[in-house]
Design a protein around this ligand. Structure first.
Ligand code: ITT
Ligand code: NA
Length: 186
């Protein structure tokens, strides 16, 4: 079984490949570029998947993810890409300077679509909190800021394999993989 992951983010591809190894799904990667409507992760993923499937003329997945910080009213949330490119992690740390409640979660929504069917979505989330400084050289983007619940290391200090054991992306992709195994039984 082979699925095409449409993304411009090579770190996501690396993580997804590692996760799918456990589920016997082969992952192709194409950076097709798809229009990202601003909005809820679910809507972005649905729209992107539908667009990608029709462009590819085959089954495709896309993912919309983000970091949601409670004390900031769940900012950057759906603005995570833009905020990572502008404020960056240093900017987030500044906003969190005097903030005691550091609860945050990473969320991931996988959108899956084929040319003939309606898009399906699969949600994953992981709770944690925002560190007081960036830590670790593994991972990407917000990883050095995020300490998953029950750990004292940031995602930036965990290897890809360690992060893959319980990340938001692991959850959404695992839900997708189980769904696919049920529905693609030929
Ligand atoms: P595509 O949309 O092309 O897949 P992207 O990097 O724009 O790639 P998202 O919109 O899903 O991905 O991600 C929003 C932002 O959150 C972006 O800056 C990502 O780098 C960051 N991000 C997503 N998943 C992450 C993770 O597991 N760890 C750290 N940062 C992450
Ligand atoms: Na994006």
């Amino acid at each position: 079984l082979s699925i095409t992951f449409i993304t411009g983010n090579k770190h996501k591809v690396k993580e997804a490949k590692g996760i799918f190894e456990n589920f016997g799904i082969e992952l192709e990667h194409t950076d097709l570029g798809y229009p990202e409507v601003q909005g809820e992760l679910v809507d972005v993923a649905k729209f992107g998947a539908e667009y990608a499937a029709s462009k590819l003329e085959g089954p495709a997945i896309v993912e919309d993810a983000g970091l949601f910080i409670k004390a900031l009213n769940w900012f950057p949330g759906t603005y995570s890409s833009y905020v990572q490119e502008t404020l960056g992690n240093k900017g987030i740390l500044k906003l969190m300077n005097d903030v005691e409640d550091r609860y945050a979660e990473f969320r991931s929504v996988i959108g899956y679509c084929t040319p003939k069917a309606e898009p399906e979505v699969f949600l994953g989330a992981v709770p944690g909190h925002i560190a007081y400084e960036e830590r670790g050289n593994y991972g990407f983007a917000y990883d050095p800021l995020f300490i998953p619940e029950g750990y004292d290391k940031t995602f930036g200090e965990l290897t890809t394999d360690e992060k893959n054991e319980f990340s938001h992306r692991r959850m959404s992709l695992e839900k997708f993989a189980s769904w696919l195994n049920e529905h693609a039984a030929s």
